[in-house]
Design a protein around this ligand. Structure first.
Ligand code: RB5
Length: 151
């Protein structure tokens, strides 16, 4: 699994911890490091990663800011991306199994590094369960298509 990761200034220390953690799980973690070449805040950083996940350059993405909230909001503006903020492992598991989210967002000012690592593990080890969740997720995709068709 190829996972893109990025963060704003608030997420910098946690980002490196999560990159290292993904590698210990034998997953390919690609740090997009938008701040290396741009002066930017979470909207542009999150949008940059979300576009690349939507284009299927990566299987999934992880975005980190102070709360995780701004990153989720901007990522969800990109068609093809379903992003959710998780600060517990149960939600992280359900975010993939029930909602088929391809972007996880974390708040570096909300969770400590050990909980953040456990949340990431729960999400990357989960797959979409289908079944009763499939028509609900498909309905979200339909609503997204409708929203963009009318523009
Ligand atoms: C800091 O810019 C803070 O607003 C940001 O990291 C994030 O928490 C926004 O949702």
């Amino acid at each position: 699994m190829r996972i893109a990761i990025d963060c704003d200034d608030a997420g910098l220390p946690l980002k490196q911890i999560i990159v290292d953690h993904l590698r210990t799980l034998s997953l390919e973690a690609v740090d997009l490091d938008y701040l290396r070449e741009h002066k930017a805040d979470y909207p542009d950083i999150g949008h940059h990663l979300a576009k690349r996940v939507a284009a299927k350059e990566y299987d999934r993405g992880i975005l980190i800011c102070g709360t995780g909230l701004g990153m989720a909001m901007v990522a969800n503006k990109v068609p093809g991306v379903f992003a959710g903020t998780c600060h517990d492992t149960f939600s992280a598991e359900r975010l993939k199994k029930s909602n088929d989210a391809n972007v996880l967002t974390l708040g570096a000012r909300v969770v400590g590094p050990e909980l953040a690592k456990a949340i990431v593990t729960a999400w990357v080890k989960s797959d979409f369960a289908g079944g009763g969740s499939a028509p609900k997720v498909e309905r979200m995709r339909e609503l997204e298509r409708e929203a963009y068709a009318t523009r």
